[in-house]
Write a protein that binds this ligand. Structure first.
Ligand SMILES: *[C@@H]1O[C@H](CO)[C@@H](O)[C@H](O)[C@H]1NC(C)=O
Ligand SMILES: *[C@@H]1O[C@H](CO)[C@@H](O)[C@H](O)[C@H]1NC(C)=O
Ligand SMILES: *[C@@H]1O[C@H](CO)[C@@H](O)[C@H](O)[C@H]1NC(C)=O
Length: 485
């Protein structure tokens, strides 16, 4: 340090040049791109950071994302590699986040971080159109360098695929059948844009929108669930071929068309239905009760769309069922109600096979949701509503009104979330509210009084009719009756 300071006095530009790179430095970066669970792309960036400043202490670390990838970001988490502690993150711009270090990094100190990204739909089918039973090929493309606001001394990228790698950019090195390594790149070196082409026959879907609605009814001990999907297949386009279809079916062979949508529902679900834009779809089935280790018992709804879904095609439908509310609701002695509901629940999975559906297919996490909306409609009279979310964000309270609702109407708790990651499927939302027992009688009273009014009106109407009958006799009869009263 003293040598440098002396040098600064003698030849100042040395000092200027070196201070430009003084600060935090990424001494080594290893990025692993996991393409084995498409349409989700999991990137883990292992980075060693070092404080190269003489005196400054660094308390935060900035994480950058390529601007074109930012809209497809689903999840970001940062961990200290040694302790496994996760770091708090704040979003600075659409493509930069700031992680707060657990303690300031002193001059000369090093720290290893793991930065875990989940992206959706970053990989496209190439070619875009293939025959119905042909293999599917995909293309992954990205910059060879990990973006960073700090200088990076050395880095490499490892790409892992599920099916075999078929082609990759010059400069990459094959590491087994399902892996390619780019780099290491040092200092100013840049490998430019890199690509990996690979085979992967798994089905993939993207829900442009998915809305899950809960309707709470204390009166009927009922939790009604309604799920609305607008889905698009991400696979290659494949023209439907009747002969090919027959052969596939006979041979129990996969192809590129999605024919079944699988939805896991709790074992006690009842009154299930499946409706699309045309109407009720009767070609659906429900599996026997199943139980996986560490999971509640469930059944699988097997929904058969009206037509096989090729790459690029949409399918819009909704399905629903009823659950016993008491399993999801706890009431404290002060009449405070606590609803604990799955935030996402099980996502629809897709399968190209029609028969011999397996549990693995129902568990396949192969549907990405771009725009998710959750609505919890509380009963009339619910007050002082508090919401605990499993994600960053805020719940909105929306007044809604249904037939026979009294003056107040109901409140719906509404949450939206973009690019749902499978890591969220098992999380819960907690909705607490106060609800007085008399509110339970409000609705029957409303219905009762509505019927009473109708009854009175109807009887008046019938008397009127009676009264307007030809001749004055009946009128006279009525007035006689009135006089008697
Ligand atoms: C993000 O997803 C969309 C599909 O929803 C896709 O068209 C786009 O290419 C993806 N972005 C990148 C950088 O791959
Ligand atoms: C759909 O099915 C349900 C239950 O089976 C039935 O109540 C309803 O009337 C049907 N709707 C149409 C449009 O067929
Ligand atoms: C699928 O839906 C999207 C969004 O609504 C629309 O832009 C697209 O044209 C639809 N594709 C087809 C093949 O209908």
């Amino acid at each position: 340090m003293r040598v440098l300071a002396t040098l600064c006095l003698v030849i100042p530009w040395v000092c200027l040049a070196s201070s430009a790179t003084k600060g935090l430095v990424n001494t080594n970066v290893i990025r692993t791109v996991d393409l084995q669970g498409l349409p989700f792309v999991r990137e883990q960036v292992g980075v060693v950071i070092q404080n190269d400043h003489d005196s400054k202490v660094f308390k935060t670390y900035t994480i950058s994302i390529d601007q074109d990838k930012a809209p497809n970001l689903s999840q970001l988490q940062v961990f200290e590699r040694k302790s496994g502690h996760s770091l708090d993150l704040t979003k600075e711009t659409p493509s930069t986040y700031r992680a707060v270090l657990r303690r300031g990094l002193l001059p000369g100190e090093k720290l290893s971080l793991n930065i875990d990204f989940v992206f959706v739909s970053l990989v496209q089918p190439r070619p875009q159109a293939v025959k119905q039973s042909d293999d599917q090929s995909w293309l992954w493309a990205d910059n060879s360098l990990v973006p960073s606001v700090y200088p990076t001394r050395k880095q490499k990228t490892v790409v892992r695929t599920k099916g075999d790698v078929r082609a990759f950019t010059d400069g990459g090195a094959r590491d087994g059948k399902q892996s390619v390594v780019f780099g290491p790149f040092t200092g100013e070196q840049d490998g430019g844009r890199v690509e990996v082409g690979f085979k992967d026959n798994s089905e993939q879907m993207e829900a442009l929108t998915h809305r899950r609605e809960y309707f709470v009814s204390h009166w009927a001990d009922d939790l009604n669930v309604l799920e609305h999907y607008a889905l698009r297949s991400l696979g290659p386009e494949s023209a439907f071929d009747k002969v090919d279809q027959m052969v596939s079916k006979y041979m129990h062979r996969r192809d590129n068309l999605v024919k079944t949508l699988l939805v896991k529902v709790p074992a006690e679900a009842r009154e299930m239905y499946f409706v699309d834009e045309i109407g009720n779809v009767s070609t659906s089935a429900v599996s026997k009760q199943r139980r996986a280790k560490g999971e509640d018992a469930f059944r699988v709804m097997q929904l058969r769309p009206r037509y096989p879904i090729s790459g690029g095609w949409n399918y819009t439908w909704w399905h629903g069922y009823s659950l016993p509310l008491s399993r999801y609701l706890k009431v404290s002695p002060q009449s405070r109600h606590h609803l604990r509901l799955p935030f996402i629940g099980s996502m629809a999975a897709c399968a190209s096979l029609e028969g011999e559906l397996t549990l693995a297919m129902a568990n396949a996490q192969n549907t990405a949701v771009r725009q998710y909306e959750l609505r919890v409609t509380l009963p009339e009279g619910a007050r002082d509503i508090a919401v605990e979310l499993p994600v960053a964000g805020r719940a909105r309270l929306e007044p809604t009104k249904y037939y026979f609702d009294s003056i107040g109407g109901r409140t719906a708790v509404v949450i939206t979330h973009e690019n749902v990651a499978p890591e969220l499927y098992a999380r819960h939302i907690l909705v607490s509210y106060s609800y007085s027992p008399w509110a339970l009688w409000m609705k029957p009273m409303m219905v009762g009084s509505a019927f009473f009014v109708l009854f009175v009106l109807a009887s008046i109407a019938s008397r009127m009719e009676y009264g307007l009958a030809p001749g004055g006799r009946s009128l006279g009869a009525k007035s006689k009756a009135a006089k008697k009263d």
